[in-house]
Design a protein around this ligand. Sequence first.
Ligand code: OOG
Ligand code: NI
Length: 268
Amino acid sequence: MHTDRNALFENLWQDYRAVTPSAAKIHRILGAEEGQAIINDHIALRTFNLKPVGLDTLAAHFLALGYREGGEYHFEGKKLYARHYEHADPEAPKVFISELLTEQCSPELQAIASQLVDGITDDKVTADNFLYSGRHWDLDSSTYRQLLEESEYAAWLGAWGYRANHFTVSVNHLTNFETVTDINQLLKDKGFAVNAAGGEVKGSPEELLEQSSTMADRVPVQFSDREMTIPSCFYEFALRYKKPNGTLYSGFVAASADKIFESTNAGI
Ligand code: OOG
Ligand code: NI
């Protein structure tokens, strides 16, 4: 496990931007407009709730860096459970980790998922690079399609494995953009697709969090039998509001998160 937080996030970022060309472009555009570093609000990771790769295994990498557990979230329709982790340093990105509750899925999906994670050993999941190590298994295009029919989440995870699913710009730290609507306008002006599920702006000042995201890029992926162009990762934008005690809200909003997950929907 990394002992240097910056090294972990730098590796996660490099791995993510390599498969998310639009995030690399938007980051460059925002950086040029701002003339200063872009601060991340959070990243997100996905996994199966199977040993040895469950949520807690991923979280251990952050607990070792001084993070502590924040809220927990349930997504009944998507059969997901999630928790967020946060750090005392306000510039440390929060981390949103979800896991697929495989026992609620079909026997076929359960069989595929357990086969995928079968070869993953304990030393692999504690290695420095685990959180950006990608896929640890072979996958053919028909198995990808089979997963997709039952769970967009399972299909994404099957295709991409362990890596940041998205990075999220902290709108609070921007000086030239005040609202999520401003960001959405920039994205649309520059030709990027904004996730409109549940509305382009998710959440509200009352919920203390407003968010938006791009739709994931579509990039070619090599499966064991053929190449397919499928959704990779997306970029998110978050604006946090102050709680009555004057500090910024640091949690997530389940109803908004439910729609953010759909930024990787394949639509095929
Ligand atoms: C996580 C979706 C939830 C948020 O900010 O609410 C989320 C995911 O797509 O893996 O990131
Ligand atoms: Ni997010």
